[in-house]
Design a protein around this ligand. Structure first.
Ligand SMILES: *[C@@H]1O[C@H](CO)[C@@H](O)[C@H](O)[C@H]1NC(C)=O
Ligand SMILES: *[C@@H]1O[C@H](CO)[C@@H](O)[C@H](O)[C@H]1NC(C)=O
Ligand SMILES: *[C@@H]1O[C@H](CO)[C@@H](O)[C@H](O)[C@H]1NC(C)=O
Ligand SMILES: *[C@@H]1O[C@H](CO)[C@@H](O)[C@H](O)[C@H]1NC(C)=O
Ligand SMILES: *[C@@H]1O[C@H](CO)[C@@H](O)[C@H](O)[C@H]1NC(C)=O
Length: 454
């Protein structure tokens, strides 16, 4: 994914000098010190703020993040002019590292960055390959539980799928120590404390204004780091190289770098995996046609066998369903980067060191690019142009964002198991609203009922 937020704190405090917004249409600061931060908070989220900003000022628009002018790009055409397809460091991972204050891998020059990226991807590939049966088992446990429910029982998707994602990510990343529920529960507590601030507090600057929130966050981060370090220490002494962290340990990374990469993968992996699964099951439960078409593909390709890694590429419609899930849910609505050299979009000059936001959530619901953008319609990905626009935005499920590729694999295992055994039905009258932070998630838990396929 083409995300890089250079630590918002750094943006706010390291570059205090005020510049003029260079004539790009947009908002004036409502307040001298905070710029438009209050307006962002009033809109509920940065995504909602940007949707409104672009609605008012068009696809290239400016606003003020603290004392700093920001330029936001809100349509495919303007993003195309700005994205450098050759960059290898623009990733969710880099963004998270800077939000966490981790420096490693960012100063080391292009070759080292590329090496780290390959190693990280390779570690994900290895763990998926070596633990595929485990993944299948975790999914089958959950689906077995759903099968045992009476047909009118309401199943809470967020609770169950976050649970699945936590178990899968911790066991695949960190090994069998996380077969113990007590370890997963402890991990989950710290994960929630960290993510709730990373996801939100940083984006509107509000965490820095509350010392109790900041303290809570920092304690959770320290505890999580300690756990990850002790996992790495334990895994060094054994010969079983099945976990993500084992691949990192076999390289020449320092202990600190191993811990940081494990942190990024487990943090982002859990949230992206859980929410991809939640939204996919939710959309399927509201669309019987799509569910039947997917069921047909699964029967054709897999028969009654469980899904396997090498069959996944043949599940083309399943991939369209997941792509459309990412699009409709606006799974990752914001990306950003710092303008390195002066640039130009349309007739607008973007000065060096401007923070440039890619309003992906706005782009994903732009009717000029997607016909009937609010409709969940996996068939739109039969069109070459839709696939092109989508991969331009960096959701390529392949190289650009390794956590998303991991999530696609888990979600494919989930869908191929659940859709062949059960019909997913929506709960009538339920309205599901999204909360758009770094990763979009339902505001409240969302419910389905299931019926056995005869
Ligand atoms: C990207 O790389 C290709 C091939 O190396 C080169 O032709 C192209 O100019 C590069 N594009 C940018 C924007 O740097
Ligand atoms: C990981 O797997 C994907 C898909 O199978 C492949 O495209 C990619 O090159 C692999 N990455 C590494 C570093 O081996
Ligand atoms: C290695 O780890 C896997 C997954 O945790 C486990 O199934 C397997 O039994 C372990 N093998 C050995 C030799 O400990
Ligand atoms: C790891 O080893 C490779 C070559 O073996 C070297 O190029 C690289 O700089 C090393 N990285 C670190 C972080 O020491
Ligand atoms: C899903 O999206 C990716 C781009 O992000 C694209 O490469 C792939 O072809 C798409 N798959 C399908 C089946 O549409």
């Amino acid at each position: 994914m083409t995300f890089v937020i250079i630590l918002v704190g750094a943006v706010l405090y390291l570059y205090p000098s005020s510049r003029s917004a260079s004539g790009i249409p947009g908002l004036n600061p409502t307040e001298e010190k905070d710029g438009n931060l209050q307006d962002i908070a009033n809109q509920g989220s940065l995504h909602e703020f940007l949707a409104r900003l672009h609605g008012q000022f068009g696809p290239v628009a400016s606003f003020w993040f603290g004392r700093r002018p920001v330029v936001s790009l809100g349509s495919v055409e303007q993003l195309r002019q700005h994205i450098n397809p050759n960059r290898t460091t623009d990733s969710f991972e880099t963004m998270l590292k800077s939000l966490l204050g981790y420096q490693s891998g960012m100063g080391g020059g292009a070759t080292e960055a590329l090496m780290r990226k390959r190693l990280y991807e390779n570690a994900i590939n290895n763990t998926l390959e070596k633990n595929f049966p485990l993944l299948l088992k975790l999914v089958e446990e959950l689906v077995g539980k759903w099968q045992s429910f009476p047909e009118d029982q309401h199943t809470p998707l967020c609770a169950h799928l976050l649970g699945l994602a936590m178990k899968a990510v911790t066991q695949l990343a960190l090994g069998d120590r996380f077969q113990k529920d007590s370890e997963v529960i402890r991990f989950r507590k710290n994960h929630e404390a960290i993510w709730s601030e990373i996801g939100k507090g940083y984006l509107d600057g509000s965490m820095d204004k509350s010392s109790s929130r900041k303290g809570h966050y920092e304690r959770a981060l320290t505890e999580m780091e300690t756990v990850l370090m002790s996992v790495a220490e334990q895994r060094k002494g054994q010969r079983n190289h099945t976990a993500f962290v084992d691949t990192l340990l076999q390289s020449n990374l320092s202990d600190r770098q191993v811990m940081e990469d494990s942190m990024v993968f487990t943090l982002a992996g859990c949230v992206i995996t859980a929410n991809l699964c939640i939204w996919a099951v939710h959309f399927l439960s509201s669309s019987e046609d799509v569910q039947e078409k997917l069921h047909q593909e699964l029967e054709d390709v897999l028969g009654s066998d469980p899904v396997s890694l090498d069959k996944i590429p043949q599940l083309r419609y399943c991939q369209q369903v997941l792509n459309e899930t990412v699009r409709t849910a606006k799974l990752t609505p914001i990306a950003a980067r710092l303008q390195e050299n002066e640039g130009k979009v349309d007739r607008h000059i973007i000065p060096k060191e401007t923070l440039v936001i890619y309003a992906l959530g706005v782009v994903l619901e732009d009717a000029d690019t997607w016909s009937r953008p609010y409709k969940f319609d996996p068939d739109r990905f039969m069109e070459d142009s839709a696939r092109k626009s989508f991969s331009l935005l960096g959701f390529s499920g392949n190289q650009a964002c390794p956590e998303l590729r991991f999530a696609y694999t888990v979600a494919t295992v989930l869908l191929s198991t659940v859709v062949r055994k059960l019909k997913l039905c929506k709960v009538k009258g339920q309205v599901v609203e999204a909360r758009s932070e770094l990763v979009s998630t339902p505001k409240d838990d969302t419910w389905i009922t299931v019926a056995r396929r005869s």
